[in-house]
Design a protein around this ligand. Structure first.
Ligand code: IPE
Ligand code: IPE
Ligand code: MG
Length: 255
């Protein structure tokens, strides 16, 4: 994705404040509103996506500097293929460009990168750029950045169920041994903590097939800000709001 002038934070930027007590370890974001950002400026939707990449860069860097352990970003849903080919082709191009251009920042911030979602259907060039970025960040020990690309929550659950059924048929798994932990381990997020905080930009009050299993007890934070306008201040506000929440997980609040 092309660098938008004035949006890249300098290498010398001051370290961000450390996270407050009770801060989220894992933040997931539904990055919505790129199209509306462009449309309300009389620009083509793809301009909104281009500006959205600048937000990805800004927020990834800020989250890493604040000490967030994992950031999961919803980049493309399975359902987004319902959009005109012109837009999806541009999104693929943008993803490829992002993978190449972000390598320096990801390395500098010691960020580890992974992808969840279906590889089938993604262009070979996009996958090759993604794989190279993941490999180049493999030795990093900082924040884990998980990119949900061509991702669908239901799809992921069906895949896990199929894998478990296959294992049971092969005789390597007793169906009686399937519990939540075993099931979660078969999801593409196996081994990752569940998101503590789910942020959605652009005001929609829905989850749009994102991490359906994993967000069962995530705290929700929805802002009207469109993704290209989402900045470090918004992320800090979400983190502060989370720190003030009482999570009960079905139990009672501590007295
Ligand atoms: C989110 O912005 C980016 C993707 C889904 C790829 P949208 O493109 O959905 O923006 P709106 O919702 O139309 O404004
Ligand atoms: C969710 O946004 C998908 C991503 C942010 C990648 P959408 O714009 O696709 O969601 P809906 O269609 O408004 O539910
Ligand atoms: Mg949208």
């Amino acid at each position: 994705m092309a660098t938008t002038p004035g949006t890249r934070t300098g290498v010398t930027a001051a370290a961000a404040d450390p996270l407050p007590e009770g801060a989220p370890r894992h933040i997931a974001i539904i990055m919505d509103g790129n199209g509306r950002w462009a449309q309300c400026r009389g620009l083509p939707r793809i301009e909104g996506h281009r500006r959205g990449v600048a937000s990805v860069r800004r927020i990834t860097e800020h989250a890493a500097r604040r000490g967030v352990e994992q950031l999961t970003l919803y980049c493309l849903s399975r359902e987004n293929w319902r959009r005109p080919a012109l837009e999806t082709t541009f999104l693929m191009h943008l993803l490829e460009q992002y993978m190449v251009e972000e390598r320096a920042l990801l390395s500098r911030e010691r960020i580890q990168v992974s992808m969840i979602g279906r590889r089938d259907g993604l262009p070979a060039a996009t996958l090759a750029a993604l794989d190279r970025t993941v490999a180049s960040c493999a030795g990093n020990t900082g924040m884990r950045l998980c990119l949900a690309i061509n991702y669908g929550g239901r799809d992921e659950i069906v895949d896990a169920a199929r894998a478990l059924a296959q294992a049971a048929r092969d005789g390597t798994l007793d169906p009686a041994d399937i519990d939540e932990e075993v099931f979660a381990g078969r999801l593409s997020t196996g081994g990752m903590p569940d998101p503590d905080l789910l942020i959605r930009t652009a005001g929609e009050q829905r989850v749009s097939n994102f991490l359906l299993w994993q967000i069962s007890y995530a705290e929700l934070w929805i802002t009207d800000a469109l993704w290209p306008d989402f900045d470090a201040g918004h992320l800090d506000a979400a983190i502060a709001a989370f720190a003030g929440r009482v999570r009960r997980f079905g139990g009672l609040a501590p007295s």
